[in-house]
Design a protein around this ligand. Structure first.
Ligand code: HEC
Length: 168
């Protein structure tokens, strides 16, 4: 199980490092150490934004669901490798990335993103589709382009949002 997770993590990172990031001129802040790219800018392209924002979470964030989400985050989702054990964006693989992973413990993040926008990123990645943020190491994780189910995606994103809520 652990071996499987680290193997999929290794594959993800090799794909990432071998794919040139699609961005003509790097914007300010790109590649600077220890920084997230401006969280106020939506990652969803303008044409899909209203639809993504309107998407409702189909499950309740009960303690049981949040615990399941945590296990996906730490386990088969492999999120821990970049987002870190506590979701602060300081995972072991993060230092190799040109843009730092999301810090889910920042309470402001939940104000800037709806769960529906997060689901869009889980399905499509944050690959520069909006044209306002360069491609990042956040690859699609939810099927068909990713490897976890949509239901698992909702659980893990509810867990991620809960990390910002407790600090409020
Ligand atoms: C290879 C490293 C890596 C892995 C593995 C990874 N992420 Fe990310 N993630 C990132 C980076 C980098 C960002 C910042 C992207 C950006 O700034 O647009 C990010 C951002 C996000 C965001 C915020 C998107 C937004 O709208 O700002 C969500 C949600 C997210 N990740 C969820 C997950 C989940 C869930 C998993 C596990 C199933 C996961 N990530 C695994 C690197 C990773």
């Amino acid at each position: 199980m652990n071996r499987c997770v680290s193997l999929s993590g290794t594959i993800l990172i090799s794909i990432l490092l071998s794919a040139p990031l699609a961005w003509a001129a790097n914007p300010t802040g790109y590649g600077s150490a220890g920084g997230e790219f401006n969280i106020k800018i939506p990652r969803v392209p303008a044409a899909h934004l209203a639809q993504a924002k309107a998407l409702k979470v189909p499950i309740e964030p009960t303690p049981e669901i949040l615990e399941e989400g945590k296990q996906i985050f730490l386990g088969r989702g492999g999120c821990i490798s970049c987002h870190g054990a506590e979701g602060k964006g300081d995972g072991a693989a993060a230092k190799n990335l040109p843009i730092q992973p999301r810090d889910f413990t920042n309470p402001k993040f939940n104000d800037y993103r709806t769960p529906g926008e997060m689901m869009w990123v889980l399905k499509n990645g944050s690959m520069g589709q909006s044209g306002r943020v360069p491609g990042t190491g956040m690859l699609p994780v939810v099927k068909p382009n990713g490897f976890i189910s949509e239901e698992d995606g909702w659980k893990v994103l509810l867990y991620e949002r809960s990390l910002g809520e407790v600090k409020k």
